[in-house]
Design a protein around this ligand. Sequence first.
Ligand code: NAI
Ligand code: MG
Length: 482
Amino acid sequence: MSIKEIYQTMEYGPAPESNKESVAFLDSHKRKFSLFINGKWTKPSSGEYFESFSPATTQKLAQIAEANEKDVDDAVKAAKKALKPWVELGGHSRARYLYAIARQIQKHSRNFAVLESMDNGKPIRETRDIDIPLVARHFYHHAGWAQLMDTEMKDYKEIGVIGQIIPWNFPMLMLAWKIAPALAMGNTVVLKPAEFTSLTALLFADICKQVGLPDGVVNIITGHGGTGAALVNHPDVSKIAFTGSTEVGKIIRRATAGTGKKISLELGGKSPFIVFEDADLDSVVEGIVDAIWFNQGQVCCAGSRLLVQESVAEKLYSKIRARMETLRVGDSLDKSVDIGAIVAPIQLKTIEDLVQKGKDDGNICWQPSWTCPKEGYFYPPTLFTNVSPSSIIAQEEIFGPVLVAMSFRSHSEAVKLANNTRYGLASSIWTENINLALDIAPQIKAGTVWINCSNVFDRRDLVDIESQVMVEKAAKRACTNM
Ligand code: NAI
Ligand code: MG
């Protein structure tokens, strides 16, 4: 296409981010990763490895070690041995390590962002501008808490060795959420990344070595569900911090009951996104893009159920469809892509099956006119309208770029529909009337209620979760952006 023609059509050109540095990192480990136990790269005692691939290209990236019970035991032993000196170091000295980690993450942020996009399939725009900067901020933030612990948090004390099991949707961010506060408060950790996305956690292990973190304070063990289960069942683990599916959360709840182990579980959601007739509909549309098309909709607190007042429903649906038509799906390393690939074929199949059930139930399905790239595991943004509240797609977490919409007439009907779910993770309310927003917010049964915004988080919640005093705190907080 000539430049003259490009000026006519204003087509996007390819804008690939270079993956040179990340490829060099993979090659430096000969594309075969061991376990990070007691500050050393250790071969798995099973001798088994599995593949990690790029969902946007289907290319194999590296082989990852499968840790078995013995490896988990070694990691927990290392963490247990490291505990006392780590506690005795005191908050102020621990802060120095956390600051050093934060600085190294900033220094290597490009490599982290590219590697995360390659391994997970999420757009480089998100890893570069959201995930990795937030990871660094979490380490800075909790370094601050560590520094203040001796004077401002005298009642807080470490729990011990913490087993941390994280999912694949925000691999590095989940690692930071879990590791930073735990280390700040004097705990040592054994972390298991999700099997689809272990690579950035392994790069993080390199960073731990570079800053001279004492051996055993952070151990990274890779593997599947069985590895996670071995960690959950290990007697010397004092707490399990888990984020992932409700199904596995229930298994962990049962496994830890009566053992004295503490747990924190962060599971699924089907969060309502409530739009009243006086809302600014153009802001609503951008809010929806953030709520359900951010990270391919693979977000626990995704605003996946749109509840809109009947008087503006059709007007809003047409604005959403127009916006969907302009979203771009494609290679995760393309800088002008909005939606990347779905993490793995099994997740893609789950989305396809649920969408089919939604159609079978008689709900109206709409997708943009363009098609997704054929290579890779992509799914287009999808809107269901006229959805009945009992339909499976209105009840089940889809964990993909699928928005289900239904309308309401009265305020009380909006509240009833919003609360018609077995989940209660998050919700958002859209109106220009602060009195209405503050009347509705406390009636919604959800841990977080956002007003005129969505997916906005408060780091203060996390220090409570990973430290001793408050283990299960149901924070009902209205985040206002009016
Ligand atoms: P999952 O719950 O199986 O995976 C999360 C983590 O738990 C992974 O590290 C996995 O290896 C580990 N794990 C699996 N079985 C385990 C066990 N028995 N004991 C200890 N650890 C275990 O989630 P999966 O299968 O990858 O995704 C299925 C669904 O879960 C998604 O479609 C979505 O609905 C939900 N999900 C929710 C997330 C959230 O952020 N709340 C994140 C990921 C998935
Ligand atoms: Mg992968």
